[in-house]
Ligand binder design. Structure first.
Ligand SMILES: *[C@@H]1O[C@H](CO)[C@@H](O)[C@H](O)[C@H]1NC(C)=O
Ligand SMILES: *[C@@H]1O[C@H](CO)[C@@H](O)[C@H](O)[C@H]1NC(C)=O
Ligand SMILES: *[C@@H]1O[C@H](CO)[C@@H](O)[C@H](O)[C@H]1NC(C)=O
Ligand SMILES: *[C@@H]1O[C@H](CO)[C@@H](O)[C@H](O)[C@H]1NC(C)=O
Ligand SMILES: *[C@@H]1O[C@H](CO)[C@@H](O)[C@H](O)[C@H]1NC(C)=O
Length: 294
């Protein structure tokens, strides 16, 4: 905790160059009494990355988080422009009010970054199953939320650096929305990891649906959970990004199904699905992506 606090203080000092007494008071004093302090004094504007991450790991996590912010900011912008007129909105959120997903995306786009990403594997979960540590052939942990061992902390494991892709590859390398896992990309994988931490998920975003089919079914049945389901938020963000930004007006939705689950059209799925045989754990302490596409 001391290390965490030091890190925050470092980030604040670097970001705002406030006089040091004010900085030291940050955690304790709520409304700042000094009229000279800006209203948002003490904001954590950059995601803290623990010193256990070396320079290349830090760069990859930083860039991944930057893309997470880009993904979330666009998802919010899409809703603000189109609301429930958007077919993509209807697909993932049905007729639910848009306030909740707008807020969930905006927290990631602009919220206070009071969390910590670390690389030192303090709980030993990476080593248990990491193929790049153990020389195994099977996929292992790419990272995990520390849960009771550090509720605001996420560990990124070696596997992430080998497998997670940039959003610049959206709709390429065989990826499509319907048939690929959401954790193909740094951006969506880290979005998922952020929602596990209370600063972002607020104990409200959770796993109610496990995969694409379940997410789409949930929206159709008008479940109130859609707009705070972690997977639904990720799929919505990925599909709006694909359709609006990566391949404008086309995207890469993959095979679409009618309400009876019969295949309607196989549009753009010529390439093999990059990842599809394993599903993310709903309990969410970890995920187990397939790496055979490498
Ligand atoms: C950082 O750690 C990774 C292992 O994740 C290693 O491959 C890389 O060489 C290290 N980078 C530096 C600059 O030490
Ligand atoms: C991430 O974004 C920040 C703020 O825009 C920028 O300063 C930083 O260079 C970016 N980092 C990477 C690795 O892209
Ligand atoms: C869209 O939202 C508006 C206002 O919230 C609502 O009146 C309307 O029925 C919704 N339309 C659809 C197609 O869900
Ligand atoms: C928390 O730490 C304990 C003891 O090191 C460990 O057994 C447990 O798996 C850890 N929990 C998580 C979520 O990693
Ligand atoms: C969706 O559910 C809400 C709350 O359960 C309800 O008020 C609304 O009428 C439902 N909408 C549709 C189109 O079924």
């Amino acid at each position: 905790m001391a290390a965490l606090k030091t890190l925050f203080l470092f980030a604040i000092t670097a970001a705002t160059a406030l006089p040091s007494p004010m900085v030291l008071d940050r955690k304790e004093s709520q409304p700042l009494s000094s009229s000279n302090a800006p209203w948002d004094a003490g904001a954590t504007t950059q995601f803290p990355i623990h010193p256990s991450c070396n320079v290349t790991q830090r760069r990859q996590i930083e860039q991944g988080l930057n893309e997470t912010v880009e993904l979330a900011a666009h998802a919010k912008a899409h809703i603000l422009r189109w609301g429930n007129e958007s077919d993509i909105y209807q697909k993932y959120f049905g007729n639910r009010p848009s306030l909740e997903p707008i807020g969930a995306f905006d927290l990631i786009a602009k919220g206070n970054r009071d969390v910590l990403f670390r690389c030192d594997n303090p709980d030993g979960n990476c080593q248990l199953e990491d193929p790049f540590v153990q020389g195994l052939t099977e996929a292992g942990y790419a990272g995990h939320w520390r849960g009771e061992n550090g509720t605001d902390e996420t560990v990124i494991c070696e596997l992430s650096y080998h497998t997670r892709r940039s959003l610049t590859t959206m709709c390429a390398l065989g990826y499509n929305i319907a048939e690929s896992e959401t954790n193909v990309f740094w951006a969506s994988d880290l979005m998922h990891r952020l929602y596990h931490m209370p600063a972002f998920g607020q104990h409200w975003v959770d796993h109610y649906a496990d995969d694409y089919e379940e997410v789409v079914d949930m929206a159709k049945s008008n479940k109130t959970y859609s707009t705070h389901d972690s997977e639904a938020l990720q799929y919505f963000a990925l599909e709006t990004y694909a359709y609006d930004i990566a391949v404008p007006g086309v995207g890469c939705p993959g095979p679409q199904h009618d309400s009876n689950h019969a295949e309607v059209s196989g549009s753009s799925s010529a390439g093999a699905s990059p990842t599809s045989t394993t599903t993310q754990s709903a309990s969410a302490a970890s995920d187990i992506p397939e790496v055979s596409s490498l």
